[in-house]
Design a protein around this ligand. Structure first.
Ligand code: ZN
Length: 472
């Protein structure tokens, strides 16, 4: 990019909010996991929507590709330049636009700027005696704009839905620089196309999210957290349905994990810890029950659920956290699970979903397929069972080198995604498509749906400047 154009962009946000030097640009051009390392001409940090609009107008005029970026915690390379890109792209970082603008406990909404860190939204809701339920491992650094753009999931989807269900209104800047003010706080609004839901999950390919109105919920007055040991995914499914039937929306988490995931987590824990249940068990579930009444009420509900499940021989054993500290420790085990794979060597990861009822058969067939392709590969399967969403990860066999293991990645992926097709599942449950799964999407998505997506993209972004090479 020539210096004159760089200077025109820099003039919009000021020199101190323009990052040009290679060394400080790398924080914007590489993803968190280090899987994608691209290059960019500049990173710009606008301070308000007018500056974002001015950037987009200039980008439109000059055909400059723009990559919107939030906390850069994405897992599919959606917010960073293409690995084999031109280096002509501009990163548009929302990090300075990070204010909580309004908390309205009567309407149960909160209005925020896109760069606000998720944890700050949770805290602001809490301060108003409300709950903002979106909850993810990266909540201390991910931004709500990125959550919206990737339609993030996390551990509270079972009771509250994913990000799409938590957004009431949006403000977004379109590729031509127009500012769409859709900051609605209406529960009901039947006035044509649902534009907000076009932008949510579009991963920055249709526009830049600049503000959002999100939904708040009553804060639970008590919760109970238990670890359960059981013999098979089928039994876990039985427990899930029993819990849903008894507790409805008071069942706020149902996280499922293979024993090896627990084993890795214990082995690599930052501070020494032990499994919450003694003995050898094939599978574990972390169950969380919330109550709008009290701590005692949540505990009583959990207790009767577990007693019934033991009596019906659905579960083998269970332990109920006796304090908030222990509840947090139980959750910590679950949250450490993806990081605990790293010291075990190379891993091939999948963020997939199938209809909940199909999970047991899917797991059986996927495990068999992996064992056939790479005998000794260790399937580290855990996830949000209540949503049919598994992080179906596979660690290399003990003693292998990582590169050899990765030679089998295409075969393993083909086998897993063939099963996804068989069970009418999704190749991306909560992480998005980005650059990682773009080609897979083309192979998996219904052709008519793909054509609709391409038509929408062409209508809103005819020059193809919004996050090119992602999703489509
Ligand atoms: Zn997850």
């Amino acid at each position: 990019m020539d210096e004159i154009l760089k200077n025109r962009f820099a003039a919009i946000v000021g020199d101190k909010n323009t990052i040009t030097k290679d060394v400080s640009l790398s924080a914007f051009t590489q993803d968190m996991r280090g899987r994608y390392t691209g290059s960019a001409a500049l990173a710009l940090q606008p301070g308000n929507v007018d500056e974002v609009a001015a950037i987009m107008r200039l980008a439109q005029e000059t055909g400059t590709p723009i990559i919107p970026q939030g906390g850069n915690t994405g897992l599919v390379g959606g917010g960073v330049p293409l690995q084999d890109g031109t280096g002509q792209e501009i990163i548009l970082s929302l990090r300075r636009m990070n204010r909580i603008l309004d908390v309205d406990p009567d309407t149960n909404t909160m209005t925020v700027e896109a760069g606000a860190v998720l944890q700050n939204l949770q805290d602001a809701a809490d301060g108003a005696d409300r709950l903002f339920p979106l909850s993810l491992g990266s909540q201390g650094s991910c931004q709500i704009g990125g959550n919206i753009s990737s339609n993030a999931g996390g551990t509270a989807v079972l009771a509250y839905g994913n990000t799409r269900d938590l957004v009431m209104g949006l403000e977004a800047v379109l590729p031509n620089g127009d500012v769409w003010n859709g900051l609605s706080r209406l529960r009901k609004d039947n006035t044509g196309y649902d534009l907000k839901n076009l932008i949510i999950g579009a991963e920055g390919t249709l526009g830049v999210v600049t503000k959002a109105v999100v939904k708040l919920f009553p804060k639970p007055r008590g919760r109970a957290v238990a670890f359960v040991a059981l013999g098979s995914p089928q039994k876990a499914l039985a427990l899930l349905n029993m819990a849903k039937g008894r507790l409805g929306n008071d069942l706020t988490a149902f996280e499922f994990m293979a024993s090896i995931a627990m084993e890795f987590t214990i082995r690599h824990a930052a501070t020494p810890t032990r499994a919450p249940i003694d003995g050898d068990h094939a599978w574990y579930v972390l169950v969380e029950v919330s109550s709008g009444k009290s701590e005692e009420d949540a505990h009583a509900d959990m207790q009767t659920l577990l007693e019934q499940a033991l009596e019906d021989e659905i579960i083998d054993d269970a332990t109920l956290a006796g304090s908030i500290a222990q509840q947090n420790a139980f959750w910590q085990l679950r949250e450490d699970m993806s990081h605990a794979q790293r010291p075990e060597g190379a891993s091939i990861k999948h963020d997939i979903s199938v209809p909940v009822g199909a999970l047991p058969n899917f797991i059986k067939e996927a495990d068999a397929a992996v064992a056939e392709i790479v005998p000794g590969a260790r399937v580290v399967n855990f996830g949000h069972m209540g949503d049919g969403n598994l992080h179906y990860n596979i660690s290399q066999p003990i003693g292998w080198n990582g590169e050899t293991f990765f030679e089998y990645e295409p075969d393993i992926n083909d086998a897993i995604y063939a099963l996804i097709k068989k069970y009418d599942g999704s190749i991306s449950a909560e992480h998005g498509i980005g650059q990682m799964k773009r080609d897979r999407l083309a192979a998996h998505k219904d052709p008519v749906a793909l054509n609709m997506m391409r038509a929408i993209k062409a209508a809103l972004d005819p020059k193809g400047i919004m996050n090119p090479g992602k999703v489509l």
